[in-house]
Structures are given as structure tokens and as C-alpha cells.
Design a protein around this ligand. Structure first.
Ligand code: 0CN
Ligand code: SF4
Length: 341
């Protein structure tokens, strides 16, 4: 396996002997998703079913279905959780008002918010305390954006991409800071920040990157891979921001076509017409067994030669939420969900 690949594959006529798969690495579960899924699994083992989860624990259909089969009940709001029950908050974070509501209903909460989302919440609180107008770059309606905005609703303005910059209204153009959702396109966010800085030359940057390491690394990996693949298949769910971004990035960096699928069964054979090289990757909320299902599907159609292209090494792991710290954890990262195709 090469450490760095230069993207220099030929795009010849397809024949069985030439067909190949480039498999991006890193792909799939990040440290925050691994922790959040494990949180629900451990809560089910420790307290027994049902365990309530507010919103999808992570934005993946398979993960949610599998946890439901084990006794997790997913709800939209805490008011749907019976008084006195256990509720887990999802990886995407919640506004402070949600914690208050849970206390009001006497719920036992376990907060699986990713520490890298919590970091953005803290940055918002800090800038609001210093009375900045905060321009939060993110997708309207996304749960993470709703949670972060709830930390300082009077100070935060949502900026949904470069096209939204002209709409921003602030009190003092010299006292403005920007933050972002963790799972955006790095390139589009840089374009949004450039446009914001043109309007607000004294714009303050966040103290550190808000787009998380996992989102960034998966985009770097798909860029390298897409340069040599006519077709890219991204495994992930349609409401997963980071997964959808991988499809866009693949198209912008050389793939003729890129598609998002939850399961191998959703792949359309017609996508393979004339294709020699297929790139495969997955979003941060996707168990690798689903990628293995896609590789098996491709192998049955002559794409059995798989080369993994590793662009960045990852070793991040987060401690469990403090409510579960006493629990012995299985060693090593990785999903414990059972396969289903
Ligand atoms: O797919 P996810 O659950 O969430 P988004 O990409 O939609 O934000 O991945 C985990 C990310 C977090 C927080
Ligand atoms: Fe945390 Fe990033 Fe994973 Fe979201 S994608 S859970 S912010 S590590």
C-alpha cells in the first residue's frame, strides 16, 4: 500500500482484468460516532431496554435501525420521554434549553454530544460573553446548528454558504466573529469566510478549526481517490451532512459520477457502464460492515481488485460520557453493530 498516491491511473476501456476499486482511508466511523453509538449500547446493557434517545444518535439509518432492534427508542423531543426515564442526547449536541427541559421532566440524561461539538458550543458562549455578533456557518435546520445557536440565540446569525453572506445584518461590523458546523465542506467554508471577510475586514476567527479532523480527513481522502475514479460510491445516509459533502467533493475533484447509498442493494448496475475504476468511501457515521457489503457487491460484478489508498493516519479516541465512565470499555475503536444487508 502506498502512503501517498498521485492520482495517475489511466482511464482506459473497461475489461474484467482492468476493473478495480480504490478504497479511501480514512473513511467511516470517527471517534465521536464510535463513542456515541457505544454510549447507547452500554446504556442498554447497563440499564436494560428501553433507553430513550433524543434524535438519531448519529445520522445513519442502519445504526438507528440496529439500536432500535436492541431496545433503543428514538424520539424527537424530551417531552416524548416518560418522566423518570433515561435519555441519551445525540452526537450532534443540544441547546441548553433541552437540558433544562430534561431536568423539568426528571429524566436521567446521558450526553453523547461529541467533544468537538461541545468545543464549538464553548466558543459560542465565549464570543457571546464578549458581546460579539457570531456568524455561524452551517446548514439551516441541521441539529448541530440548532444546538450551537441555542447557546447564544441573541448573538448568533446563521450563514448558510457563500450565497448567504450578503444577507447578514450585524450591530457593529467591527465586532464580528465566525464559527462553523463541524461537518461542512472545507473548501466551501473557506469561500464563505473569504466573502464574510470582504464585508467585515475585522472578522475574528475561531480559536481553532471548527470543521473536525474526521470531516477534513475524509474529504482529503476522497479528493485523492476521486482523481483516479470514474465513479465514486459514498456509503452514508441522506441526512448525514459529512457524507453528502463527500459526494460533492468527489464530483468536484475528478469523478464523473458520485452517488450516496445506505446499502449495497441501492447501487444501480447502470452506474457501472464503461467504468474501469470505482472509488468507495463512507461518512463518519457509517459502520464499515456496510462498506464491506458494497465491496462484495462490486466483486460479484468483476471489481474484485481492491486497493486501499491511505491519505492520513487517524488514532483519535474519546472517553465515554462521564455518566458511564465507570463502565469497562471494549478495547480499540470500531463498531459493535451486527451486519444487516
Ligand atoms: O452523519 P453524522 O451523524 O452527522 P452530520 O454529518 O450530519 O453532522 O456524523 C457524525 C457527526 C457529528 C456530530
Ligand atoms: Fe465529532 Fe467530527 Fe465525528 Fe461529528 S464528525 S462526531 S464532530 S469527530
Amino acid at each position: 500500500m502506498r502512503d501517498v498516491w498521485d492520482g495517475s491511473y489511466d482511464r482506459g476501456m473497461t475489461s474484467n482484468s482492468q476493473r478495480r476499486v480504490l478504497l479511501a482511508k480514512p473513511r467511516g466511523y470517527c471517534a465521536g460516532v464510535d463513542r456515541a453509538v457505544e454510549t447507547v449500547e452500554i446504556a442498554l446493557e447497563k440499564y436494560g431496554a428501553p433507553v430513550y434517545v433524543r434524535k438519531q444518535i448519529v445520522h445513519n439509518v442502519h445504526v438507528v435501525r440496529t439500536l432500535e432492534e436492541r431496545g433503543a427508542i428514538f424520539v424527537d423531543e424530551t417531552e416524548e420521554v416518560p418522566e423518570g426515564s433515561i435519555v441519551v442526547f445525540s452526537a450532534h449536541g443540544v441547546a441548553p434549553v433541552v437540558h433544562q427541559e430534561a431536568r423539568g421532566r426528571n429524566l436521567a440524561t446521558i450526553d453523547a454530544t461529541c467533544p468537538l461539538v461541545t468545543k464549538v458550543h464553548k466558543e459560542a458562549v465565549r464570543f457571546a460573553k464578549d458581546d460579539y455578533d457570531i456568524l455561524l456557518i452551517g446548514h439551516e435546520g441541521h441539529e448541530e446548528v440548532i444546538g450551537t445557536s441555542g447557546e447564544a440565540p441573541d448573538h448568533i446569525h446563521l450563514v448558510d454558504g457563500p450565497g448567504d453572506v450578503a444577507n447578514v445584518q450585524v450591530r457593529d461590523p467591527d465586532k464580528v466573529a465566525w464559527l462553523s458546523q463541524t461537518t461542512l465542506s472545507v473548501d466551501e467554508t473557506l469561500a464563505t469566510v473569504r466573502a464574510l471577510r470582504e464585508r467585515f475586514p475585522n472578522l475574528m476567527d475561531p480559536p481553532s478549526d471548527d470543521i473536525c479532523y474526521a470531516t477534513q480527513n475524509r474529504q482529503v481522502a476522497v479528493k485523492q481517490m476521486a482523481a483516479g475514479a470514474e465513479l465514486v460510491i459514498v456509503v452514508g445516509s441522506t441526512n448525514s451532512s459529512n457524507s453528502v459533502r463527500l459526494v460533492e467533493v468527489a464530483k468536484e475533484h475528478g469523478a464523473d459520477n458520485a452517488y450516496l447509498v445506505d446499502y449495497a442493494a441501492e447501487i444501480d448496475e447502470a452506474w457501472l457502464a464503461g467504468v474501469t475504476t470505482v472509488g468507495v468511501t463512507s461518512g463518519a457515521s457509517v459502520p464499515d460492515e456496510l462498506v464491506q457489503g458494497v465491496l462484495a457487491w462490486l466483486a460479484e460484478r468483476g471489481y474484485g481488485d481492491v486497493e486501499e489508498i491511505e491519505s492520513v493516519k487517524e488514532s483519535m479516541r474519546f472517553a465515554l460520557p462521564h455518566e458511564l465512565r465507570s463502565v469497562q470499555r471494549p478495547s480499540g475503536p470500531g463498531p459493535r453493530l451486527e451486519a444487516r444487508t
